[in-house]
Design a protein around this ligand. Structure first.
Ligand SMILES: NC(=O)C1=CN([C@@H]2O[C@H](COP(=O)(O)OP(=O)(O)OC[C@H]3O[C@@H](n4cnc5c(N)ncnc54)[C@H](O)[C@@H]3O)[C@@H](O)[C@H]2O)C=CC1
Ligand SMILES: O=C(O)C(=O)COP(=O)(O)O
Length: 313
């Protein structure tokens, strides 16, 4: 007997082939009338396949009385009503373990691009300014600079691990100190920003962290400071960041995530002190396949009565 699974967002093709061979899939993602689709198929579904882009609300869950597991192919799951899941004891699996290194690589790329002025340097060569005006301005070394991490979860730790060999000092802000992390905990994010040369955001999204990187934090980071965000656009006060970048009150930024994806505020594209990446930090074939495979393997573990591989809580 194969279980009924609701697909809110499809996984990668190889994973979908495996899911199709194992379960009866109900393609909510392809349904024209989603409400009617859920009313018709929701009650028989025991599992959900989704990712961080698809909503799973309390109202939707009311149509899923037999739901046992939600397998999400993203690390972030702020679009899922986790309180409603927890009330019913339904587990959610996510994919931090599969992508933390990939995302940390991009964070490091954005840090170096911002600090070594990659965008302006590229334009300098491309435009012929190098030949006309001579040497590009001297920049500042990474050695001895201070990395202030906002969020020291799996991605945060992987970023710190990449910055230490550059000779950077690391301290971090979060909900609480992590005894296993060999860096100083700073419970005041404004103080962390004042201390840091580079502030990198790798905290979970959602209402609890909305505008955590406030105008005050951005001001404290200052004209020599760099803000890198690989978490969610909501975590940063984007309007305050844009204004500070434009006025030189914030030195530079490296961004993978935005408030309005995939059409970020056009003011960002006009700034020479920002490096922009299209929410693609986990975007390699290998990592996206590994994320999708976790969806398959977590569902298989659940229906075989085995422990989940990557439960979110
Ligand atoms: N740019 C991209 O492509 C990607 C972005 N992400 C984002 O990065 C986030 C972090 O991912 P992981 O490190 O894998 O997750 P994680 O669960 O290992 O770490 C999240 C960290 O955020 C902290 N945190 C959560 N709520 C907080 C709050 N209210 N205040 C302060 N700290 C809080 C937690 O204590 C934890 O240290 C994800 O939730 C997701 O939004 C994840 C993967 C890819
Ligand atoms: O895993 C996450 O949270 C991510 O942001 C990765 O991007 P995706 O969700 O796969 O588009």
């Amino acid at each position: 007997m194969s279980e009924d699974i609701l697909v809110l967002y499809p996984a990668r093709p190889k994973a979908m082939e495996q899911l199709e061979a194992t379960y009866r899939l109900h393609r909510y993602d392809e349904a024209a009338d989603k409400e009617a689709f859920l009313a018709e198929h929701g009650s028989k579904c025991r599992g959900i396949v989704t990712n961080g882009h698809a909503s799973l609300t309390r109202e939707m869950l009311a149509h899923l009385p037999n739901l046992e597991i939600v397998a999400c192919s993203s690390a972030g799951f702020e679009t899922v009503d986790t309180a409603a899941l927890k009330e019913r004891g339904i587990p959610l699996t996510n994919t931090s373990d599969a992508l933390c290194d990939e995302v940390a690589d991009v964070a490091l790329m954005l840090i170096l691009a911002a600090r070594r002025d990659l965008v302006r340097a590229h334009r300098y060569v491309e435009s012929g300014d190098w030949g006309r005006k001579g040497m590009f301005p001297l920049l500042s070394t990474m050695k001895g600079k201070r990395l202030g991490m906002v969020g020291m979860g799996r991605i945060g730790q992987a970023i710190a691990a990449r910055c230490v060999p550059l000779g950077m000092e690391v301290a971090y802000f979060g909900r609480s100190a992590k005894p296993a992390v060999p860096h100083d905990f700073q419970p005041d994010i404004v103080e962390l920003a004042r201390w840091a040369d580079v502030m990198t955001v790798a905290v979970a999204g959602g209402p609890a962290t909305e505008k955590l990187v406030s105008a005050e934090v951005i001001e404290a980071l200052g004209p020599q400071g760099t803000l890198v965000n690989v978490a969610r656009g909501t975590v940063v006060d984007e309007a305050a960041m844009i204004a500070a970048l434009r006025d030189g009150r914030l030195g530079s930024a490296g961004l993978d995530v935005y408030l309005n994806e995939p059409d970020p505020d056009p003011a960002l594209t006009g700034l020479a002190n920002v490096t922009l990446y299209p929410h693609h930090a986990s975007g390699t074939v290998e990592t996206r396949d590994a994320m999708a495979q976790l969806v398959v393997d977590n569902l298989a573990a659940h229906f075989a009565g085995k422990p989940l591989l990557t439960p979110a809580w």
